[in-house]
Ligand binder design. Structure first.
Ligand SMILES: C[S@@+](CC[C@H](N)C(=O)[O-])C[C@H]1O[C@@H](n2cnc3c(N)ncnc32)[C@H](O)[C@@H]1O
Length: 564
């Protein structure tokens, strides 16, 4: 893609909020994104959000479409997360399909376009297939990583037969679908009645679609079976199938994959237009950022997060235990340990955001191997775990005590020269002009581990400045964050599979639910996942110059090693 090749005037994109009547009289809320009238190619694209996301997540694609001459309607689904009417627990796929049909009505009535293309992804793509089978005003369908067999996809995610269990009477009122509690009976019955629960129904719909369909399959998609997706597309009269290389279900994970999908979508949408052979234009970054800011503020205002942060993390940590059996998590902490380096007698270690104390356990095990003569040290080796939650601190403490007892029983080491302490502290109140300091004197700490914490802080640079202050010269901190657009499905798949092997399938379900809530907070930008560059910039702002950044956790997290 190149910048500046867009039809004249597309740097003047406007987004106006609209609403119209959807299923059962509920209001569907959306944005119309458009450039100046002279640049319009008479085609409109309707963008449906992914399940659990809002129209804000489609902003970049919408503005890229507008930069290439289209008008766009981005909607929030009803009975879903976002601004449209209804509550998420009542979400159904037939209901989401009705939203799309209402959007088609709206566009047809007010714009009378030459072409109307639906762009849908993941679970909502199933609704796109149904809508395209029903409504001949839809002239093209883009299906990005579309779920074609919901039953199978949910089995792949949860490693359980969710619907089978529901039919057998196991679900009590609600089921968790990717982090959201949904009315089980309503969701399942509506799927079965509408024949949308499995591959058979999707194939029947595909046979009815006469317009061009583009399926974009993510090469490393764990949730959608490639053969099933191909089968569906082969039943469409004008189906085409493209593979997005080197990426999983969350294509936003890779900038190259995003570019690839945007190019494919734009080329598909403008087929038959004179502009077909023009280079694809990018959306202007400045106006994208401006609009994103407006929508973020709007979303933060309308969404209420009932839990306090401490309660939220307390709950989350209670469910996070199963992650510790996951291969990628173990590998990630092993990398963390290597980057932090070996311990010496009298070292002082700070575990900032210690959570359930997993790192502290690693510290103790490492001590048993490397410091057989700890008790001869005049100054004790000290580990201090700090976190926001009592739950995490208590769990850290009790497991560390267990570990110490175990080590002493094995007589591997007499841990007399080792002490552990714990502190409850909100890092949002640390550092900065108003904040208080970390409870350590200047240059008193040898090593800091801060695993997956800074993404959840309001001003992470303040904490990094404090790390700089308390570290000894030559002291090391390792600070990590999930990467932006990380594909949590990779991580969950791994931990859910591990939990299943251990017989902890209920925990797996609960972890998925909690992780869904983190994603929501990330989407509304209360949380921030950092790129490698952003991590380095933060460290530099905090005073560090010796900075290295690595990738770990199934390629989903960035780890930064900084030395004072
Ligand atoms: C994703 S967990 C990571 C836990 C652990 N470090 C690990 O990697 O397994 C995030 C941790 O940060 C803690 N946390 C979040 N916000 C915090 C804050 N404002 N102050 C202190 N701790 C916080 C949470 O309580 C939680 O233990």
């Amino acid at each position: 893609m190149i910048e500046g090749q867009a039809p004249a005037g597309v740097s003047e994109i406007t987004s106006r909020l609209v609403s119209f009547s959807g299923p059962n009289g509920m209001q569907v809320v959306g944005y119309i994104d458009e450039g100046v009238e002279a640049t319009w190619n008479e085609r409109v694209a309707i963008l449906a959000p992914r399940y659990g996301e809002t129209k804000k997540n489609n902003l970049q694609l919408a503005y890229t479409l507008v930069a290439n001459g289209f008008k766009v309607l981005r909607i929030d689904q009803t009975n879903h997360f976002g601004e449209s009417d209804g509550t998420m627990d009542q979400f159904t796929l037939p209901g989401a399909t009705d939203d799309l049909l209402a959007a088609v009505d709206y566009i047809d009535r007010y714009f009378e376009p030459d072409a109307l293309i639906l762009v849908t992804s993941s679970i909502s793509a199933r609704c796109g297939i149904r809508a395209s089978a029903l409504d001949c005003r839809i002239t093209g369908l883009v299906n990005l990583v579309g779920v074609v067999d919901l039953d199978r996809t949910l089995q792949a995610i949860y490693q359980r037969d969710i619907f089978g269990e529901h039919v057998a009477g196991a679900s009590e009122g609600s089921i968790d679908i990717l982090g959201f509690e949904i009315d089980a009976a309503n969701f399942h019955k509506s799927l079965v009645d509408a024949q949308m629960q499995d591959l058979r129904g999707t194939i029947e719909d595909a046979k009815k679609i006469k317009v061009p369909v583009l399926y974009l399959y993510a090469e490393r998609d764990l949730w959608v079976n490639i053969e099933s997706a191909k089968k569906v597309i082969s039943q469409c009269q004008k189906g085409s199938f493209r593979v997005v290389p080197n990426v999983g279900h969350e294509v936003h994970e890779q900038p190259e994959a995003v570019r690839f999908t945007f190019d494919e979508i734009i080329s598909f949408c403008r087929q038959g237009l004179p502009s077909d052979r023009l280079e694809i234009a990018k959306a202007c970054k400045t106006i994208l950022i401006q609009q994103n800011k407006i929508e973020r503020a709007r979303l933060q205002k309308i969404l209420s997060f009932s839990n306090s942060e401490a309660d939220f993390w307390g709950d989350y940590l209670g469910k996070f235990g199963i992650m510790e059996q996951a291969k990628y998590y173990i590998e990630y902490f092993s990398k963390m340990g290597t980057l932090i380096g070996a311990f010496r007698p009298a070292d002082v270690i700070l575990d900032a955001g210690c959570g359930n104390g997993f790192y502290g356990v690693g510290v103790l095990r490492s001590l048993s191997q490397h410091l057989p003569l700890m008790d001869s040290s005049a100054c004790p080796f000290h580990y201090c775990g700090i976190d926001l939650t009592d739950t995490g601190l208590l769990r850290s403490y009790s497991r560390h005590v267990d570990e110490i007892v175990e080590l002493q029983r094995e007589s591997l080491v007499q841990l007399k020269g080792v002490s552990f302490s714990y502190r409850k502290l909100n890092f949002d109140l640390v550092g900065g002009a108003e904040g208080r300091p970390l409870p350590f004197s200047n240059g008193s700490i040898n090593k800091v581990c801060s695993s997956l914490l800074i993404s959840y802080l309001k001003e992470p640079v303040d904490l990094l400045r404090e790390f700089y202050r308390v570290l000894k010269p030559g002291g090391v901190a390792v600070v990590s964050s999930m990467k932006p657009g990380c594909d949590m499905t990779v991580v969950y798949h791994d931990s859910v599979a591990a939990a299943y092997t251990e017989g902890n399938d209920r925990d797996a379900k609960v972890l998925l639910s909690a992780a869904g809530k983190i994603k929501v907070k990330k989407d509304v930008e209360l949380y921030h996942f950092f790129t490698r560059q952003e991590l380095s910039d933060l460290a530099r702002d905090a005073g560090f110059t010796d900075i290295e950044v690595y990738r770990s956790f199934g390629d989903q997290a960035n780890l930064m090693r900084i030395v004072k």
